[in-house]
Design a binder for this molecule. Structure first.
Ligand SMILES: Nc1ncnc2c1ncn2[C@@H]1O[C@H](COP(=O)(O)OP(=O)(O)OP(=O)(O)O)[C@@H](O)[C@H]1O
Ligand SMILES: C[C@@](O)(CCO)CC(=O)[O-]
Ligand SMILES: [Mg+2]
Length: 302
């Protein structure tokens, strides 16, 4: 029996724009998904979503992981158990974490000899298939950990400050949000294309501030990024309420993270303000978590 885990993520900059090749800066967080695998007679997948065999409706990611890994190993039966601390469909990269941890667990179970770069690449191909269109960001950062710049696949300096996450509690499908942005972009390219380019330029400019650990400047730019995400239609009243609650209680930055629509927002805090920001988020009725950047990507647990 093998267990592997992989981290979730928050975006400092660049979600959605990165789908069109613009730059993004993404940060692995210390909230993980564990995938346990063992050989057995038939294929069984167990998670918070239910108990199935190969099932592309209920378990699209895990089912594709199993199918893809059949190209690297010969097996008929398998039991896969998923145990995740990441909220599902909430902008924290739950799909990438379950995919990456699943690939690495099977890699170990069958001795396939895949390297981290292979895992990130296979993970990205699975995200593309399920999501319709997907950047390599979530699967890359979940595999490698740390803070990464995409598409360059460059590691930046670690983020040392507390990260506060507010969860609206509303499921949102990344596939749908990505399709909504594509539709708006198709209808009004003269308006939407420059916004996506601006988001990419912001990531490129912010790289230097991330490496200098200048959290005040990073924060000012993240706030601008929030406004641009709202402009392309992936915001909403619940997310905005949490963003302003966080800013009003001392957050250096507060923005949507991930696909948006519902799901989570992220705030950067300092050691003194993190609890206060989390309380302000909880006072609106939403859930709040305090976490940190992790340097550890996918790993073997047992
Ligand atoms: N614990 C889990 N067990 C099984 N499948 C999961 C689990 N967590 C996530 N998934 C799969 O990932 C899907 C959600 O992925 P989706 O990309 O829509 O959201 P996300 O990854 O949480 O957010 P984002 O992509 O914005 O970071 C679920 O519908 C499910 O198919
Ligand atoms: C919305 C998006 O940019 C981030 C989802 O976490 C989609 C992607 O990059 O594949
Ligand atoms: Mg996802």
């Amino acid at each position: 029996m093998i267990t592997c885990s992989a981290p979730g993520k928050i975006y400092l900059f660049g979600e959605h724009a990165v789908v069109y090749g613009h730059s993004a800066i993404c940060c692995a967080i210390d909230i993980r998904t564990r995938v346990q695998v063992e050989k057995c007679d038939s294929i069984v997948i167990e998670s918070v979503l239910g108990r199935t065999g190969i099932d592309h409706d209920i378990h699209p990611y895990v089912s594709r992981v199993i199918e893809k890994m059949q190209e690297h190993a010969e097996f008929k039966g398998l039991r896969v158990r998923v145990d995740s601390k990441l909220p599902v469909g909430s902008g924290l990269g739950s799909s990438a974490a379950v995919t990456v941890a699943g690939i690495q667990a099977l890699n170990h179970l069958f001795g396939c000899g895949l390297q981290l770069e292979d895992i990130a690449r296979i993970g990205h191909s699975i995200e593309k298939e399920v999501q319709g269109n997907a950047s390599p960001t979530d699967t890359y950062v979940s595999t490698m950990g740390g803070v990464v710049m995409i598409p360059q696949r460059r590691k930046l300096q670690a983020l040392d400050c507390p990260i506060v996450i507010g969860n609206t509690g509303r499921f949102s499908s990344t596939r749908e949000l990505v399709a909504n942005v594509a539709k708006l972009k198709g209808e009004f390219p003269e308006i939407i294309d420059p916004i996506l380019e601006d988001i990419g330029s912001m990531s490129a400019i912010a790289e230097e501030y991330v490496n200098r650990k200048d959290y005040l400047t990073i924060g000012r730019l993240m706030n601008v990024n929030h406004g641009l995400l709202d402009a392309i239609g992936v915001g909403g009243p619940e997310l905005s309420a949490l963003v302003y609650a966080a800013r009003n209680s001392g957050a250096t930055a507060a923005k949507i993270t991930g696909a948006g629509g519902g799901g989570c927002m992220v705030a950067l805090a300092d050691e003194n303000s993190a609890q206060r920001i989390a309380k302000a988020i909880r006072d609106t009725g939403a859930e709040a978590l305090i976490t940190r950047n992790t340097g550890e990507g996918v790993r073997l647990e047992s």
